[in-house]
Each structure stands twice: as C-alpha cells, then as structure tokens.
Design a binder for this molecule. Structure first.
Ligand SMILES: [Zn+2]
Length: 302
C-alpha cells in the first residue's frame, strides 16, 4: 500500500513540451505545495521540428532519434518543475507522434492518431485508478489548435475519465474512481493580446511575432473558470521550457517554437471547467482543487 498526498492532479498531454508551455507554472506550484502531480504524455514527439542546427540530425527524415532525445528533455523539464511522476501512455514509444494534420505521417499504423481509442484510454484508466486524482487537466475537443495528437489526447483523457468511473470496466485495473473536476486548457484573448503588446514593445530577437489567432484555446474572459497565478514559479517554468531546447527558444518573458515567431511566456495559466462544480470563493477560481480536496492521504495500490 502506498500513501499519496491529499491533493492529486493528473495532466494528459500529447508531446513532451506541451505540459510546460500550457501548465508549467501550475505543475510547479502544486508540486511545491505538496500535491501529487502526475503527467501522462501520449507520444515522444518524434515528428517535431528541431530548432538547434547542431541537433538537426535527430530529425525523423535523418537519424529519427528525436523521440529518445525528447524523453531526456522531458525528464530535465520535470526536474525543473519538481514533478517526479511522469509517464508515457502505455510505455515510452507505444504511440508515435502523428505529425501535423494532413501529413502522410497521420496514416502510419503506429501513430497516436491511428490508435484505438478504448485501447489507448485503458492505459490511462490504470493510471487514474492508481493515482485517484481529484483533478484532470487536458485540452479542449480541438486539441487547442488542431494537432491530431492533441485532439486524440483530449479524446483519450475524456474516455479514460468515463471508463475509470465505471465499476463494470476492467475491475482488474483497480477500484473505480470518479475524477471530481476536469479542466481544459484555455487562453483568454485579452491576456494574449496584452502579452503580444509587450512583445512588440520589447522588440526582440525572433524572426517575427506570432499572431494571437495562432495560439491554442483562445476564449473570451467569461469562459475562464480558473486562473492559476504561477508568477512565483516563473523561473521554474522558464527553466523547464529551456530544457525542451529542441522545440523551444526562450528569450526572457517570451519564447518561440520552430517557426521562430515570438509569443509571450505566460506564467498565469487559465482553465475552463467542463466537469464538476466550481469551489466556493472567488471567480475565476484560483485553485484547481477548490471544492474537491479530499481528507487526508489516499491509500493506493495493492
Ligand atoms: Zn504538442
């Protein structure tokens, strides 16, 4: 029998780096506060574009060794965030990165986009019933911005939440567990636009500036259910982003992906609540666990 902390947070992401870009400050905050933070990453990100020229040989059309390299980047990022429980869906490399929507890689039989939904979700059911999280964080139904692996991660996370709660589903995977609150990542348009205004004023070194419309999960302010103030964890988030060096270039409070278009590095992180009730207190909520924090520790495992 293992004892886990009273507060347990599960995040489901598509590729190494998505967790830090979307939720790095949230993960650092809850880890620092003693919550159990579990990250499940669905692919190794084998199809990512490589930024540093000296690492270009890792690319899928050359050595095709970007996946194992990104496993190490993710481990380094998690060390920066203080997160010790990070896993890959099924096993490392079980599902391959599907590449951007419309590419031939989408049709590879081993890619995540082609995965059987219930089979993929079953791997996650085992994690849910083991960790018994009160809170799940994943993407919206468009995966934030339409990448097939993000859409699939959304589907797998939502399906696993349902299956994990169903006492008739695979009792061998543990006692059923209902996740109290499910959040989807989002970005309020007002915050993003203010961030881009800072970026234009700063005049930085990237090749250009992204547009707000390129960012995932843009919503109106009224749709934001929770805002996590990660400002005390800005340094941790920035360091974790730097750890994903094949994918992210960081310049102070800004960063760019492989398109070399600058965007603001946000340390306040935003969520829509799609299952469960908001906790008592202020709106938007400032604590993902508001209203669902369980008493004491959980006894998990056999
Ligand atoms: Zn991704």
């Amino acid at each position: 029998m293992t004892h886990l902390p009273a507060r347990r947070l599960l995040l489901v992401h598509a590729h190494p780096d998505d967790e830090t870009i979307n939720n790095g400050a949230t993960m650092a905050k809850y880890a620092a506060e003693g919550a159990h933070v579990t990250l499940v990453t669905c692919t190794l990100g084998e199809e990512g574009e490589v930024i540093p020229p000296e690492l270009a040989h890792l690319a899928p059309d050359r050595d095709d060794t970007l996946g194992p390299y990104r496993v190490r980047e993710l481990a380094a990022a998690m060390a920066e965030l203080g997160v010790t429980d990070h896993r890959f869906l099924g096993a490392p490399g079980r599902y391959r990165d599907s590449g951007m929507m419309g590419l031939p890689q989408n049709d590879r039989p081993d890619c995540f986009w082609q995965a059987d939904l219930d089979e993929a979700a079953t791997h996650l059911v085992g994690v849910v019933r083991e960790i018994r999280p009160q809170v799940l964080v994943t993407y919206d139904e468009n995966g934030g911005y339409g990448h097939p692996d993000h859409i699939q991660a959304h589907r797998v996370a939502m399906r696993a939440a349902d299956l994990a709660a169903d006492p008739g589903f695979r009792p061998d995977l543990g006692e059923p567990h209902t996740i109290g609150k499910i959040y989807w990542n989002c970005l309020p348009r007002s915050v993003v636009e203010a961030g881009f205004a800072r970026l234009r004023e700063a005049g930085l070194t990237f090749g250009g500036i992204a547009s707000a419309a390129d960012l995932p999960g843009l919503v109106g302010d009224a749709e934001v259910a929770a805002r996590v103030d990660g400002r005390p964890y800005a340094a941790e988030k920035s360091a974790a982003m730097r750890a994903h060096a094949t994918q992210i270039a960081v310049d102070g409070p800004f960063f760019a992906l492989s398109n070399d278009l600058g965007q603001p590095l946000l340390v306040e992180e935003f969520y829509r609540l799609v299952r469960g009730e908001p906790g008592p207190g202020e709106r938007p909520e400032n604590d993902l666990f508001a209203g669902v924090e369980g008493p004491g520790t959980a006894e998990v495992g056999a």
